[in-house]
Design a binder for this molecule. Structure first.
Ligand code: GLU
Length: 449
């Protein structure tokens, strides 16, 4: 008792560092969220009395498992599988599966922690989780991917279920992988529980607009930010990174609204298109993503565009920057370039693409900053709508889903903004407070949870 909010937050951060040695990304995410909660905690001593922070930073459950599979040459390969069930207080654990060489317990924990507050912000009944494997799907054959997915599900199936834990896609996991995972789950369970996974094909319960949802949602969120600045998205130039699902959805919606997306990128370089990526070019992004023999360089050649090897798109002078690739892709030196280029808005499409130093610099220079857990919540929001449709055994039209998504994004912006005004903090911190409040209050309601 008698400890101040600041002291309490610092004490919990120190404990997290001591208890999770070497988990840099998890500590980065925890530090960012907890620090931003200080003014809110100061007004609400019940969170200190009930030690909510120390409870909320500890995952409810962490599952780590072996994934052996046979490659096309008959060799047995072994990967590591994860599912972190972080917080299930407002609904079944919900969050994607990531197949990428960088996957380790650290990244799974940071993603599941962030997901908890993101899912809370959607206003829908979903808890937070994340999973995946250090499996690199980009150089594997279709048969290898299928065998890997089957082996992965052979262990995962016992931990998930429509009322328990509902995975979806993320980096390296899209409709194809979800199909193989669901097919195997169905065979093991001997029942048709299609609410166990989201991001499914529409033939077996997938929602319309789900593939587009994250990118559309980011765009709707940017529109709200612009409205507050008295501006519109039409005619704005945009630098996007990545070429996957989020980048694709954002490029598609932005082109439709009259913005000009001048870059997309991969880990080895970026493409610059002064005319703006639209129409056939947006469609061809799916080819780069889904076909291991087509690269971003091929994209540039096909459309006669310049490709900048070894460079990031942040050197371009644009109005809006939307990082849609991976965590920590905008570090301090990138942020300095962005500031110098007179960018108005940086909005996160990927999860935690900006480092803490980068965000601080944007805020110092008055650049509008949209944080991932608010801005990219559209994907998981439509996943939750997919769960609703599966429960109803029904499918909503494209217009219905898109208008629900639009409303959800406006609501997330409104909640974040209100908290930022009330506590005199940035929009990103306002989002943390709004996301945290619902989870923390529900934990209190449910007792010694
Ligand atoms: N992987 C996405 C995210 O980071 C979507 C998760 C989901 O649909 O469950 O939010």
């Amino acid at each position: 008792m008698g400890v101040s909010a600041k002291e309490y937050v610092e004490k919990v951060i120190e404990k997290v560092k001591a208890k999770n040695p070497g988990e840099k990304e998890f500590v980065q995410a925890v530090e960012e969220v907890l620090t931003s909660l200080t003014p809110f905690i100061a007004e609400n001593p019940q969170y200190i009395q009930q030690n909510i922070l120390e409870r909320i930073v500890e995952p409810e459950r962490q599952i780590i498992f072996r994934v052996p599979w046979e490659d096309d040459n008959g060799n047995i390969q072994v990967n590591r599988g994860f599912r972190v069930e972080f917080n299930g207080v407002i609904g079944p654990y919900k969050g994607g599966l990531r197949f990428h060489p960088s996957v380790a317990l650290d990244s799974m924990k940071f993603l599941a922690f962030e997901q908890t507050f993101k899912n809370s912000l959607t206003g829908l009944p979903i808890g937070g989780g994340k999973g995946g494997s250090d499996f690199n799907s980009t150089d594997k054959s279709d048969r290898e991917i299928k065998r890997f997915c089957e082996s992965f599900m052979t262990e995962l199936y016992r931990h998930i279920g429509p009322d328990k834990d509902v995975p979806a896609g993320d980096i390296g996991v899209s409709g194809r992988e979800i199909g193989y995972l669901f097919g195997h789950y169905r065979r093991i369970k001997g029942a048709y529980e299609n609410g166990v996974l989201t991001g499914k094909n529409q033939n077996y319960g997938g929602s319309k607009i789900r593939p587009e949802a994250t990118g559309y949602g980011v765009t709707y969120f940017i529109q709200e930010m612009l409205k507050d600045m008295g501006e519109s998205i039409e005619g704005k130039t945009v630098a996007i990174s990545g070429y996957g699902n989020v980048a694709w959805g954002a490029a598609k919606k932005m082109a439709e609204l009259g913005a000009k997306v001048v870059t997309i990128s991969g880990s080895k370089g970026y493409v610059y298109d002064p005319d703006g990526i639209k129409g056939k070019k947006v469609d061809y992004m799916l080819e780069v993503r889904g076909n291991k023999d087509v690269s971003l360089k091929d994209f540039a050649e096909k459309f006669n565009l310049e490709y900048f090897e070894g460079k990031k798109p942040w050197e371009r002078k644009v109005d809006i920057v939307v990082p849609c690739a991976i965590q920590n892709e905008i570090l301090l030196e990138d942020a300095q370039k962005i500031v110098k280029n007179g960018v108005k808005i940086v909005c996160e499409g990927a999860n935690m693409p900006c480092s803490a130093e980068a965000i601080e610099l944007f805020e110092k220079h008055g650049i509008g900053f949209g944080a991932a857990k608010a801005a990219n919540a559209g994907g998981v929001a439509v996943s939750a709508l997919e769960m609703s449709q599966n429960s109803l055994r029904y499918q909503w039209s494209e217009e219905e889903v898109d208008s629900k998504l639009h409303d959800i994004m406006k609501d997330i912006y409104k909640k974040s903004k209100e908290m930022s005004v009330q506590y005199n903090v940035s929009l990103a911190k306002g989002a943390n407070i709004a996301g945290f409040k619902k989870v923390a209050d529900t934990m209190l309601m449910q007792g010694n949870y």
